[in-house]
Design a protein around this ligand. Sequence first.
Ligand code: PMP
Length: 414
Amino acid sequence: MLSKEQIQSIRQDFPYLSKEWDRDIVYLDSAATTQKPRQVLEAVEGYYKFENANPHRGAHYLGQKATEVYEDGRQVVADFIGAKANEVVFTNNTTQSINTLAYVLGLNTLKEGDEIVITILEHHSNLIPWQFVAEKTKAKLKYIYIDKETKALKEEDLENQITEKTKILAMTQSSNTTGTLVDVKKMIKKAREKSKDIKTIIDGAQYIPHHKLNVKDLDCDFYAFSGHKMLAPMGIGVLYGKEEALNNLPPFFYGGEMIEYVYEDRATFLKAPMRFEAGTQNVGGVKGLTEAIKYLDSIGMEEIAAYEESLTQYAYDKVKDLDFLDLYTTREDKKGSVITFNLKEIHPHDVASILDTYGLAIRSGHHCTQPLHRYLGLNASCRASFAFYNTQEEVDRFIAHLDDVRRMMGLGSK
Ligand code: PMP
């Protein structure tokens, strides 16, 4: 397990958390986006200073350099998730990865009578695209719900919702709101037993920053994630797809660099991944993501997972008996690195604003999961989310200031 000294040394890599910045901030909003270590920032700066050119085009030195940065990055991502390089498509973020599938898979292959199954845990970016596909194709959108106590997916829904008509199963591996970890491997297996031509899509935005992942072990058809939630810059994301599954799909965006031959009236297209990467790509972002993965690998994903698990448990043990809190995260099973709650009768934005005056950054609102909030009888909630650069001292400050909010708002306590 990562020691206190190791964490302190890691924190010095993050300008935001180090003494370099004289604001004393406790950042508990890493599920929204992580802070960036200087290794990533320097790599991006280095790329734009000394390696910048348009990749896959110029025969000149810099053109080759930029192509190398881009394609080496693809290999690093592939190794990180247990895929082959040609199964890694660069996108802007999870949202673009899922929208790509909604358009090229959903709109092209579904018809009336088909079913799309998602879960009530989904972030809007893995929900609204499927509402759109259902509306356009007249396919039916069905949900797997959660047990309101444990926040785990309901066993009976797992059994009943997926049928031989289900053509797409799209689900999160880790909820950004309840922290529920979904056994997607089990679900994918079960789904294939029920429907032989089902395509499985995993939203890994909240899973991959915290756990070791192997897409081949999951055996999903597609997997989506965002760089900015795993130390990389904003604007770079990934769509993994099995080689055959990707190559069976038509392109999404059309334009430069995704073509083989172009005639006046028609064109032929490259295979994946290039077929899904029209136009000039975010090479600086790929450089940042490459460095972010190297940074995570240098610590070790298993180490990160174990440390965050114990830190989140530490926080959970402190909040669970506070009688002025309603908790929407449980830890009966292993859960993600979030704790979601409300202070009774106090609006989450008020809680977050007061905590902000103490230098504490938490998230308040619906966290882009309105259907989930509605299902739980809520409009909004507060969320503290943890990363491996957070400490027990920060958790203690968070708890102490929660009590300050309680006192300030005149709420009683035990
Ligand atoms: N899915 C989940 C589970 C998320 O938490 C998020 C971001 N909050 C997204 C998808 C969307 O990610 P992005 O905004 O980077 O596309």
